[in-house]
Every structure is written in structure tokens, then in C-alpha cells.
Design a protein around this ligand. Sequence first.
Ligand code: TYM
Length: 324
Amino acid sequence: MRILSGIQPSGVLHIGNYFGMMRPAIALQDEGEALYFIANYHALTSLRDPQILRQNSRRVALDFLACGLDPNKASLFLQSDVPQVTELAWILSTLTPVSRLELAHSYKDKVARGVPPSAGLFTYPVLMAADILIYDSDVVPVGKDQKQHIEITRDIATRLNDNYGPVLKLPEPRIHARTEVVPGVDGQKMSKSYGNTIDIFGQEKETRKRIMSIVTDSTPVDAPKDPENSTIVQLYGLVASPVELQEMRERFRAGGIGYGEFKKELLDKLWEFFAPMRERREQIQADARYVDEVLARGAERANNISRPVIDRVRAAVGLTGRGT
Ligand code: TYM
């Protein structure tokens, strides 16, 4: 089984990225051949500062390694170190109906949030399809917001196969129900562009501020509270044990404790949860060359896998091979 996923270096990683994609991806490194990349071509659609793009890309690699990606099991690389992907994206774009892209919600969402509506942003799902198909991927661990992109990927691959024969493998998304949408401090999906994130490796003071700003209703301290729709409870469930979560739910229902108290408990658990990763991050940072070496090895592996696939596609569509 080949597992593939990508993450954009458009900002600092948050716990939505961690629980939605990084943790499942790290767990899968023991189940098959895993390939994870930093989607820097994709990030160009929203990030126009070269220095920041470089910095963020390295930082995402560092964070992913700190969170448990094992470079002896999984390959980690920069998307742009595998140029075959842009060639495949072009070929796929010739088979992709504009009407299919017009239905993509991420394009509409991003434009609504002020991202410039470039051709690159519009054809973003085609590049993502190429990312997945260039490695003959079987499984793609992602959060729910990426589900439509995987459907588009399967659709484009089917169109190519229908026209040219069985060339591309159809991938399956892997989305975990419990973490498919991690809420941000305002209760909406956690997202950098909503300004509602809790960062994985944020400073303690900033993390406290973020957690204390979680939006709650105005139920008084003494009154019973509803744990079902509480962002505090949802986030607590990600970092606490099932017993601890059950206890918090019961204390919500019992009343007598204010939201501020529950937020402090969430902060403590969250801080403790990521403590080993913070420590690992410091160790990795102490070795200046480690991240670059990991990325170079990952790129080599990714190129070795993708070259035969692009050759297969080139031949199938008639760019290479002998005419009759
Ligand atoms: P990106 O960089 O926005 O997010 C990276 C991963 O984190 C997940 N995620 C979440 N999951 C649950 N709750 C949240 N609040 C949350 N926020 C983010 C995302 O679902 C994603 O899995 N287009 C992709 C990057 C990409 C890619 C690919 C992914 C490019 N090519 C090929 C898979 C395969 C993106 O922008 O993810």
C-alpha cells in the first residue's frame, strides 16, 4: 500500500493540521510505503514572499519530524523537488472540464477570504490530482476539507483511463470521523485564514491567550452546561483520555464550574500532550543539517517512484513512443 499526503507551508502548523492529517499520516507510516510532501507549489497561490515561503517550508518539515514522522519509514520532501508533478498537472488539465473546477468549494472559499483569484488558484485541484496520481498512491490521509479534491482526482484519473486505457491508479481518501473537522477557538473549522488557530508549537503565553479566547455561551458559573456543542469539550477530547473526557462532560452537566476553569484544564492537557514533540523539536533543531538531509533523501525516493509513472503517461497520451 502506498500512502501519500501533502501540507501547505502557507503558515505555522496548527492542531487542526495535526489531528486531521499529521497524526493519521504518522500512524500510517507503519502500514505501508508513505510519502509526505510540503506543497510549496500550492502555497505560491497565496504566499508571495520568497523568504517566508522558504522559511515556512523548512519549518513545516521540522514540525512534521518533531511530531513523529520517521524518515526511515516515510519519505518527506518538497513538492517542487519533483518536477514530474507539474508536467502531469498539465496533461491532466487538458482532460479536466472547467465546469468541474467551478464547483470546487475551496476556490470559492479562498476568493471570498481575499486570496487573489489567479489561474493557479482555480486549477489548484488539478495540481493536487497530479500530486496524488504521480506516485500511484493508494491511500490519502486528509481532513474533511480535502475530500472534494480527492473526488476530483478520481474523476480526472477516470477520464484519462477512459480515453487512453488503464494508466493511472485511483486513490482512496482516508478521513477519520472523530478528527475530520477540528474546530478553532470560534467554533468554526480551525484554519489559518479564519485567524482561529491554536498552533502546535506556539509559545505558552500565546497558547494560553488562544485557549482563553474560546467562544462560549453565557451560561452562569453555577448552572449546568451542555458538553455536546462545546468547543472546549471537543478539543479536550483530542488530548485527554476517554475517562478524563467523560469526567469533564459530567462536570459540565453538574454545574458549579465556570468555562474559565475548563479552559485551564484544556490548556494543561494540551501543553502536556505536545511536550514530547517540543522536546524532539529542540533536538532536531540542534542539528543544522538534519532537515535538509531528510528532504534530499525523500526527494530522491519520490523522483524514483514518479519517473516511471510520468514515462507511462507520456507514452500513453502520445508524447513519446513510435507512431504507426
Ligand atoms: P492544508 O495545508 O490546508 O492542510 C493540511 C492537512 O490538514 C488538514 N486540516 C484539518 N483537518 C481537520 N480539521 C481542521 N481544522 C483542519 N485544517 C487542516 C487538511 O484537511 C489537510 O489534510 N490541498 C492540501 C495540500 C495538498 C495535498 C495534496 C493533500 C496538496 N496536494 C495531495 C493531499 C494530497 C491543503 O491545502 O492542505
